[in-house]
Ligand binder design. Sequence first.
Ligand code: KG4
Ligand code: ZN
Length: 328
Amino acid sequence: MIFLGIETSCDETAVGIVSKENSEEKILSNIVSSQWVHKRYAGVLPELASRAHIQLIVPVFKTALEVAKIGYSEIDGIAVTYAPGLVGALLVGLSFAKAVSISINKPFVGVNHLEGHVFAIFLSHPEIELPFICLIISGGHTELVLVKDRCSYEVLGSTIDDACGEAFDKVARMLGYSYPGGAFIEKLSESGKHSIKFPLPNVAKLDFSFSGLKTAVLYFLKENPTYPKEDVACSFQNVVVDFLLKKINQAVEQLGIRQVGVAGGVAINRYLQRRFFEYGTLYNIKFYFPRPELCMDNGAMIALAGLERYRRFGPSPLSLSPIARVRL
Ligand code: KG4
Ligand code: ZN
């Protein structure tokens, strides 16, 4: 079975193609075009994102087919992210996916973007045992999810304000870096010291909060404008990782499940990965990260999620509409 997945929920125009034969899942192509138009702004500008998707979707789609070396007739279904995300951006992918589905007469399947991030873990670690706990940390989301089975989830906790990646982006901006800022924070931190004790966010249950920490960094920089940026970045990154580990530990203890998948753009951070693996060795928790190109938004994760949804539940109605906010 071969599925094509389309992802346009934010600022990445992405198309991926995956195959599943018996139980072997393979990525045939995974093309991502990151929109550069947002770099001069503090974040993603919705209208610019939609316009860029309109320009990029056809070349990205064609390239994905070329790289996979397949024709339309070999595609068994079209998957697309329908929620959550920027409605105008989602509309581009959704309309395009419906048009392709009708023109090649193949099933159409809507996928929740967060489910796509969970499938990035299945793509990288087919050996992962169910159930597992999944932490999704990206620019728009921070969710702790119990993955009971493929396509069966229970949300354990989410952010009550900013997303984890959003906090990285905002702190990077305070330090003078362009959007998206996560990679800048990681790079800066490599030459910095953990010299500032920013407060560990304090939030009930398995929920998350990053806005207080972001504000603490803002006030620190106002009072100490010449403080080394490397140390600010390093101290910030440190407390974020401490906080995430604290929540993971809480979930592991509560559920008695010691496999934890970590997905989303922030999961690419090598410092975070190192600290998680060290913690895992110490407390007997096995961590699973997707390959770097599968951490960020991409089409292959949507394709595999769509393929699995189709096998279990059949196609989605062609009336499916985009939704800005929706739970997994
Ligand atoms: O999953 P993703 O591509 O898009 C969303 O679904 O939001 O994640 C993008 C986020 C951005 O906030 C970006 O700053 C963050 O991932 N990110 C990082 C790193 N690389 C990207 N955060 C921390 N360290 C990184 N190296
Ligand atoms: Zn994402």
